[in-house]
Design a protein around this ligand. Structure first.
Ligand code: ZN
Length: 135
């Protein structure tokens, strides 16, 4: 998919194209995850179903089903995040941080297309348990 036929709004051309690219990435990733998840589910139910080769490293630990379950959960979580990000694109809030409303850094979205927080808020989230005394 290259740029032929891009219809880009007059304002903020670069960002619009970037979002479109990231949207494609998200859609692809979603399809990939759905397929993998399906395979994991089949493997969990019927052990004869072979795992895709790129599961090889996880497969080492597959003596019990636990790793697959964990993997499945991880993929489910990511799928939810991807759906959420796609929705944010639809409603034109993709570039807005969900916590502070500020812009999410472009580099961050490129590295993590389903990010919903700006770097500052994402980093701050680990400190969230500290009670705010400043009211
Ligand atoms: Zn923020």
């Amino acid at each position: 998919m290259s740029g032929i036929g891009y219809k880009v709004a007059m304002h903020n051309e670069t960002a619009a194209m970037k979002v479109d690219e990231l949207k494609q990435t998200l859609i692809q990733r979603k399809a990939e995850l759905s397929e993998r998840q399906e395979r994991v589910a089949r493997h969990t139910r019927h052990r004869e179903e072979p795992l895709p080769p790129d599961f090889a490293e996880q497969a080492v630990e597959l003596e019990n089903g636990e790793t697959l379950v964990a993997l499945d959960k991880k993929m489910s979580r990511e799928l939810v995040q991807i759906d959420h990000a796609l929705h944010r694109i639809e409603v034109d809030q993709y570039l807005d941080c969900e916590t502070c409303g500020g812009p999410i850094e472009e580099q961050r979205l490129i590295a993590l297309p389903h990010a919903t927080l700006c770097i500052r808020c994402a980093n701050g989230s680990s400190a969230r348990s500290i009670p705010r005394t400043t009211h």
